[in-house]
Design a protein around this ligand. Sequence first.
Ligand code: GDP
Length: 311
Amino acid sequence: MMEKNAKIYVAGHRGLVGSSILRALDRAGYKNVVYRTHKELDLTNFEAVKNFFDRERPEYVFLAAAKVGGIWANKTHKAEFIYENLQIQNSVIKNAYDYGVKKLLFLGSSCIYPRMCPQPIKEEYLLSGYLEETNDAYAIAKISGLMMCRAFRQQYGVDYISAMPTNLYGYNDNFDLESSHVLPALMRKIHDAKENNVPEVTVWGTGSPLREFLFVDDLADALVFLMNEYSGEEHVNVGTGTDVSIKELAQLICKVVGYKGKLVFDTSKPDGTPKKLLDVSKINSLGWKAAVSLEEGIRKTYEWYLQEYKK
Ligand code: GDP
């Protein structure tokens, strides 16, 4: 268990996941949390990260910093996705080891599983087949981070663990239409269409791919839980255990936003993996399960979008 006064470093604290981890730690009574903005500390710079660890000496690390993006960003910026993620991971994991961090949690992503994986996806399916082409560079970087935690655990006996979240959404998400994931993108498009009385909204792809969506505050609770309760070589899937089609997702967002227009499907845009649903029996049997339904999570996110994003 992390002691309540333990020094905890959250890397990536301004992002979707990191900002949610800060709130979860605060709720759980952890007050000695350190973080740096991107401007203060460039995590791709090994020497800068070394100086940070030397000065701060954190005992626990949540590695939630990463270059992330939706299907289009991943497909068109592969060089940045592989380079930046490898640099961030190498700098943080190696310095955590050099400076005696007690425990580190690394975040993977469900897209690192093979494209044609049996569903729901069990932890053991990692590296059992070919990757999805639209995000293979990102996936290889994330698989490397996971392997690095495993290798350090095997060789040096350190307690580094990895969690594998499904598709996430919530406060502080990226709502940029070119680089975001599907849920914030559709929320923005549908909101704008409603505001401007536009009769139809374009959804990328066929609408048939199936995806699982986890509200980010649920993920953050799971990560604090894993930091306290889990120690093992194998990564742990974190999801809800249910999926919806992109078309159903779009319809649900229309309902929450109150948009009555039509959905049209742009099949010149890629579908990506046909289905991506995690098997969450491992984390459920450890004693954790997701609490926020998709509709409730979309409502909370939309409230945040209306109040905060516009600022
Ligand atoms: P993925 O889970 O890695 O494929 O990433 P995304 O969240 O970006 O995309 C999920 C699915 O939603 C894909 O089939 C996309 O083609 C589809 N999609 C539909 N409309 C949009 C949109 O406006 N933006 C994004 N990013 N995806 C969309």
